[in-house]
Design a protein around this ligand. Structure first.
Ligand SMILES: C[S@@+](CC[C@H](N)C(=O)[O-])C[C@H]1O[C@@H](n2cnc3c(N)ncnc32)[C@H](O)[C@@H]1O
Length: 218
């Protein structure tokens, strides 16, 4: 493994390699027990549906990181769906969930360097990875790789620092999980990767940190 790749992984993958049981149960455990997580799951799937409708069923979609296939139900009808994740066990769990339809391929790869050709997909969808990235070098390198692969759109989520939840946890001295950045910071990095903002959801983060953004190649 190259030093650059190892560096990227050290600054991206924050959790230890998940076991196959954890991978299979990721969606059930994380998104079904608490009201808040069920709400976020609904929001994230609604966002995925919106971007899917924007590009249409005739599109090639790259879901990176696909985890255990939480968005398969939304993207499964795409002309082609490429599901990418660094974790072998997450990919195995995704395969178990999705089966092996002809329009779907699974690839084990780091986001910084994917074995996919330039401009091969209409949409790169990246949910719940940016808040694991520990510095701007990693964020920018990842954005550039998403730009390289995408013909047009990149849709991603990040943790927005400008929300009540972040400051409340800070004031109360509670543990802050994940790396938060401002929306202005994401716009700046996106600009450096030659992406412009098409839409931000929500327009203003009040309590929740989860923020979605649709970016287009400039
Ligand atoms: C919080 S999960 C999100 C999965 C999926 N997007 C979802 O929302 O259900 C984060 C995923 O990112 C993967 N991951 C972490 N670092 C990565 C990297 N550098 N390249 C590709 N995948 C990575 C992990 O294996 C894990 O499956």
């Amino acid at each position: 493994m190259s030093e650059e790749l190892q560096n990227h992984l050290n600054n991206t993958v924050t959790t230890e390699q998940v076991t196959i049981d954890e991978a299979v149960n990721y969606e059930k455990k994380r998104f079904s027990r608490r009201y808040r997580m069920r709400y976020l799951d609904r929001l994230e799937k609604a966002f995925a549906k919106e971007v899917f409708e924007m590009v249409g069923v005739g599109s090639h979609i790259v879901d990176i990181p696909c985890g255990n296939g939480r968005f398969f139900g939304v993207f499964s009808k795409a002309r082609k769906l490429t599901m990418v994740d660094y974790s072998e066990n997450m990919l195995a769990a995704a395969k178990e969930k999705c089966g092996t339809p002809e329009n779907v391929e699974f690839i084990r790869s780091d986001i910084s360097s994917m074995p996919l050709s330039d401009s091969c997909a209409e949409l790169c969808f990246c949910m719940r990875l940016f808040h694991h990235m520990q510095n701007d070098q990693v964020r920018l390198q990842s954005l550039k790789e998403l730009v390289r692969i995408s013909k047009k759109y990149v849709a991603l989520s990040f943790y927005n620092r400008n929300c009540l939840r972040f400051y409340l946890r800070k004031i109360l001295g509670k543990k802050i999980r994940g790396n938060y950045v401002t929306f202005a910071h994401i716009i700046d990095l996106a600009g450096q990767a030659r992406l412009r903002v098409v839409q931000r959801i929500p327009k203003l983060n009040l309590f929740e940190q989860q923020c979605f953004v649709i970016l287009e190649k400039a």
